[in-house]
Design a protein around this ligand. Sequence first.
Ligand code: SF4
Length: 362
Amino acid sequence: MKYVDEYRDPQIALTIAGRVARNVTRPWVLMEVCGGQTHTLMRYGIDELLPKAIELVHGPGCPVCVTPLEMVDRAIRIAELPGVIFTSYGDMLRVPGSRADLFEARANGADVRIVYSPLEAVKIARANPDNKVVFFGVGFETTAPANAMAVWQAKREGLTNFSMIVAHVLVPPAMRLILESPTNRVQGFIGPGHVCAVMGYQEYDQLAREFHVPIVIGGFEPVDLLESIAMLVAQLEEGRAEVENQYSRSVNYEGNLAAQRIMREVFEVSDRKWRGIGSIAASGYRLREEYASFDAERVFDLKDLNAEEPKECISALVLQGLKKPVDCSAFGKRCTPVTPLGAPMVSAEGACAAYYQYRRHA
Ligand code: SF4
């Protein structure tokens, strides 16, 4: 299959890994930003193919993993209200809140439905005018256009029974937080290919310049990632810090301008709390005032909920590249994909789940 087979070719992968091994002269710490990239790196054993001098750490780019605990609690509280039809992508249903998850809420009688797009939730609202239909809008810039489109469509149709929990987060402010930290170890980033397909990569120029850090916008197949690593190592060894685009078959500098337009129409940038990490300035989206009646948090007024992370969970350190999942004392014992303590063990894109699934602990 074009654009898949050649990016999974073992011979090409070995050739690139050989190039990395020949070029590297000292240790470098690289972070892949996206959970999808983490998953590929583990699945294909790319971390084990690289010379020991290259250390890969795993970034905060798994949207399920960074959705705050109290947001999950809030979603459960809303789902449990009479007359509410709560809709979400499937992976959010298993994310543990402080006392339960949405699956449990459903088992206890809440009307919780899995949908495959936010427009499906709008359709449910249209078909059920006597119910309040809520969509759990989680994700990075990648999913924001579809969520914006759903709210825009609901407004256009005059639907008064549709609302959305907006839990969108943005990648560049999280990278900035990592780079500003006095304990930062990351020397080069594999940038988020899917996010940049929407947003372009002009925002990353400023980060590369300000922190003198190379960023290579990377794809999601094994050869994409190896090529991105080779490009980063070349930059680091030559003392360059530029933004380069490995994923040029999907990403251009400006991004998808039509998608950005609908996002700007419906959302505005706001401070946002990240699970385990805390609040990051200007790191998320909220609905603009003109769309306030579609904001589920205002409609249901549940802002007072606060929740504590399980003490054992070190996901904040994992998501900033300061620790590996296997450094967590609960990993593979009290925390497994069947009994997750923290969100990185729930989502297929979470670093802890990827380590567990591909037996990096064995
Ligand atoms: S293994 Fe579980 S408890 Fe440990 S950091 Fe990962 S999600 Fe948290």
